[in-house]
Design a protein around this ligand. Structure first.
Ligand SMILES: [Zn+2]
Ligand SMILES: [Zn+2]
Length: 103
């Protein structure tokens, strides 16, 4: 059995799959957690701005790329996966980044 809980330490332990998905979406879109790995982002000192890079997984806000689901320019890109900070969509870059599937 693989223990995936360590990566999601911000979540309560006992959740139904649906509740877990909703809790994860909340974390992804709250601006204080990395949308791709759900680790808490280091806040920028002195400003209320949200961080745009995750120290844990190396994901960063992909400027100029749009979410395939909500078309907001709030996509974060990691090495292999991507996630949208606006609607909480996540998965492979092909699924999340608008236009990546074309061609
Ligand atoms: Zn991350
Ligand atoms: Zn989106």
């Amino acid at each position: 059995m693989r223990n995936l809980r360590e990566k999601h330490s911000d979540l309560p332990k006992k959740l139904t799959p649906k509740a877990r998905r909703e809790a994860e979406t909340k974390l992804r879109t709250d601006g204080r957690h990395c949308p791709t790995c759900l680790q808490r982002l280091a806040s920028l000192s002195g400003k209320s701005q949200t961080a745009n890079r995750c120290a844990a997984c190396g994901a960063h806000r992909a400027a100029g790329k749009r979410c395939a689901t909500c078309h907001e320019e709030s996509v974060w890109e990691g090495k292999t996966s991507a996630a949208c900070q606006s609607c909480g969509a996540h998965g492979s870059k092909l699924r999340v980044v608008a236009g990546a599937l074309e061609r």
